[in-house]
Design a protein around this ligand. Structure first.
Ligand SMILES: Cc1cc2nc3c(=O)[nH]c(=O)nc-3n(C[C@H](O)[C@H](O)[C@H](O)COP(=O)(O)OP(=O)(O)OC[C@H]3O[C@@H](n4cnc5c(N)ncnc54)[C@H](O)[C@@H]3O)c2cc1C
Length: 167
């Protein structure tokens, strides 16, 4: 499968790995191009060691979201504190430099595989590097009818009741 990185390649050719067409990234998941600190990459197209699964893409994209929020908050705070004085400008510049973004850690190779309605099989990490392969009985709460869409609605501020969540 060819990663769909052509669009970004036009803007930032140096951030595309020529060997596999994946997007090269920094540990913060910003693309590896200092010209574009506001562009993040997550999921299958990212040149990471994580196994390419929906779970890994989900986890990476949540981290991108948290880092983007930190950048926006820092920007807002620095705009609020920046004054026309040299001291104010320096303080605002320092606040931007001190901004601590989260860094990515490789996810253990885990996968949830659905088959049928609210049924599936999974390989999950128990602890350390000990894994378990489990079927739906053990994992009932993971294999929801709406394939975890409830969590996505939660991000948009909508809490579904238990009854509607499993429709
Ligand atoms: C057959 C199959 C079964 C799988 N089963 C599982 C599983 O059971 N569990 C699991 O965890 N993972 C599974 N995966 C892997 C999982 O689907 C992917 O890891 C996950 O979807 C990656 O998410 P993503 O958002 O990075 O990419 P995608 O889900 O591929 O989303 C990328 C989106 O970008 C769009 N796009 C591409 N180029 C452009 C463009 N130029 N302009 C606009 N839009 C564009 C595409 O149309 C697509 O909608 C499976 C994959 C396959 C192929």
């Amino acid at each position: 499968m060819t990663p769909q990185s052509d669009l970004l390649a036009k803007l930032s050719p140096s951030s595309i790995n020529p060997n596999n067409r994946l997007v090269k990234i920094k540990p913060t998941l910003q693309i590896a191009d200092d010209q574009f600190p506001n562009i993040y990459t997550a999921g299958d197209v990212a040149d990471l060691e994580d196994v390419k699964t929906g779970g890994a893409a989900w986890r990476q994209s949540e981290m991108c979201m948290r880092n983007i929020c930190k950048m926006i908050t820092a920007q807002n705070e620095s705009t609020a504190t920046a004054t026309t004085t040299a001291a104010g400008k320096n303080e605002s510049k320092k606040a931007k430099q001190d901004l601590k973004l989260e860094t990515h850690a490789t996810m253990p190779p885990q996968i949830l595989l659905y088959f049928g309605v609210a049924k599936g099989v999974a390989q999950l990490r128990l602890f350390g590097w000990i894994f378990v392969t489990a079927r739906d009985f053990f994992l009932k709460r993971f294999f929801t009818y709406n394939i975890l869409a409830t969590r996505a609605w939660g991000w948009l501020g909508l809490t579904l009741s238990e009854e509607t969540a499993d429709l």
